[in-house]
Design a protein around this ligand. Structure first.
Ligand code: HEC
Length: 369
């Protein structure tokens, strides 16, 4: 045992003795301590078990909830982890819960949710399954898509779960649409997905197939002259996929750069360019990498490395850590991880509102709160 462990173990003994702390504060300290001990055996201490049980009960989705479950492989918490994976399927914690549940052997819970009667639960299960990346679970999605007896919302969620995060698969989807293999009630979802494709040819074909009728976009020199509506822009920011990757104020996920003060950094012209032509200039530190693992899995995301491992943060905020020994190759992605063509999801007027909103995001003036 190293000196650090001696100290932590000492603190632990102290904590397990009756003490004057409030119960909750005491439990929280015990939790922090045992999580730091690499070889702590939860089965060996009833007091620690009690603290863990109480903590999990009141802190569903709390800071240490998933850490505890993962560290001590608490299979009996599977139902709570499933609920987290489903209810927070759009946030990083939901993605983490989804992969922990698979690790706990709870894949069948996802399948049950996906096949269940409740359309909302089934749709969320489809999304959560796509975040696990587990091949057996992923194989369930095309079955849902093909089953006409399932409601359109559930099939649409399955379609998104299959094609949304997977750049190489959009031509496949396009071929399906062209061959008339896709149910009519899924056309809108297919169109949305294809417009987000990384491949300009796919986007072009999709545009003519679905003839969105949104017309040509004015040039940036023209757009910068207009004034938009900040309030509507804020609404658009939250609904036009921006929050999948950006945070501004309290909304969104920080996958790409935070935009809370973007109005200080970029003028309107630069904002239009960042949205309409993301590939023209990629912000430092947010370059994408394609990482292929020895087992053939290929991942695309932003990489942070330590000596022995590599963490990839993927679109949607899910992250995955792998040992460097598992990595077969790592290649810089030539394009921005921000999808090109997002402005096509809006009318020019809406884009002007959005940019008006972004350019209003500034540091609070000194003295003001
Ligand atoms: C799929 C993820 C994704 C989505 C969706 C997305 N972005 Fe981005 N965005 C990024 C990444 C990654 C970067 C940094 C790389 C780059 O500069 O291209 C970025 C960069 C930016 C920048 C430049 C920031 C800077 O500090 O220079 C702006 C502005 C921006 N995005 C606005 C938006 C808006 C508005 C939307 C919604 C219409 C949006 N983004 C949707 C991923 C995304």
């Amino acid at each position: 045992m190293c000196a650090y462990h001696f100290r932590v173990a000492g603190v632990l003994l102290l904590l397990l003795a009756p003490a004057a702390f409030g119960d909750e504060a005491k439990d929280a300290l015990i939790i922090e301590t045992i999580l730091r001990l690499d070889d702590f055996d939860l089965g060996s201490s009833e007091k620690a078990q009690g603290a863990v049980a109480r903590y999990l009960k009141v802190n569903w989705a709390g800071d240490r909830y998933l850490d505890l479950i993962r560290r001590f492989e608490l299979k009996k918490e599977a139902a709570g982890v499933l609920r987290l994976a489903l209810e927070k399927a759009d946030a990083p914690i939901g993605a983490e819960a989804a992969s922990i549940l698979v690790g706990l052997g709870g894949s069948d819970l996802f399948v049950k949710a996906l096949k269940g009667e409740d359309g909302k639960v089934a749709s969320r299960a489809a999304k959560a399954i796509s975040l696990t990346g587990d091949p057996n679970l992923l194989a369930e999605l095309p079955r849902v898509l093909a089953d006409q007896s399932r409601p359109a919302v559930v099939r649409s969620a399955a379609l998104k779960a299959i094609y949304d995060p997977t750049p190489g698969k959009h031509p496949e989807l396009l071929a399906m649409v062209k061959a008339g293999e896709l149910a009519d009630d899924l056309k809108q979802t297919a169109s949305d997905l294809l417009m987000l494709s990384r491949d300009p040819k796919v986007r072009e074909e999709a545009r003519s197939l679905f003839a969105s009728g949104k017309g040509e976009f004015p040039l940036v020199v023209e757009l910068v002259k207009r004034t938009g509506d900040v309030k509507n822009g804020r609404k658009l920011f939250a609904t036009k996929t921006c929050t999948v990757c950006h945070q501004a104020g309290a909304v969104g996920i920080n996958f790409g750069p935070g935009l809370s003060e973007i109005g200080e950094k970029l003028n309107k012209e630069a904002l239009y360019q960042a949205i309409m032509e993301p590939n023209a200039g990629i912000s430092m530190g947010f370059e994408g990498w394609e990482v292929t693992l020895r087992d053939g899995t290929s991942l695309l995301g932003i990489v942070t490395e330590s000596e022995e491992s590599m963490t990839l943060t993927m679109i949607g905020g899910a992250s995955r850590s792998v040992l460097k020994t598992e990595v077969a190759s790592k290649k810089q992605y030539s394009q921005s991880l921000m999808y090109p063509g997002l402005h096509r999801l809006m009318t020019p007027e809406e884009l002007v509102d959005l940019v008006e909103y972004l350019s209003s995001l500034k540091k609070p003036a000194p003295g003001k709160k």
